[in-house]
Design a protein. Structure first.
Length: 96
């Protein structure tokens, strides 16, 4: 077998020769999710009524917040969900 062919048959498991994989990479998804959740929650807490029209409220409740919460560990997501739902309930009551 030619030498060039042999090189590609062997999987290269570690390009830099490290015995252990490096520490967990920076989790940009989590950081971004927390930033957005903080922004939403701050906006809700400062509002006396919903700060968005009904279509945007539905969009955030149905798609945006669940997508952000999926990026977090379950226990942390549950805390954020409870905070968002408490503020949403308060603003729903103000609308009625």
């Amino acid at each position: 077998m030619p030498a060039a062919a042999k090189r590609f048959d062997d999987p290269q498991t570690d390009l830099f020769g490290l015995a252990e994989p490096p520490a967990a990479p920076f989790d940009a998804d989590r950081k971004d999710a927390l930033k957005q959740l903080n922004r939403f929650l701050s906006t809700l807490r400062a509002a006396a009524v919903w700060p968005w029209d009904e279509a945007h409220v539905d969009l955030r409740r149905t798609y945006v917040w669940p997508n952000l919460l999926r990026r977090l560990p379950d226990d942390e997501a549950a805390e954020w969900r409870a905070s968002l739902e408490a503020e949403a309930a308060r603003l729903d009551a103000a609308r009625a």
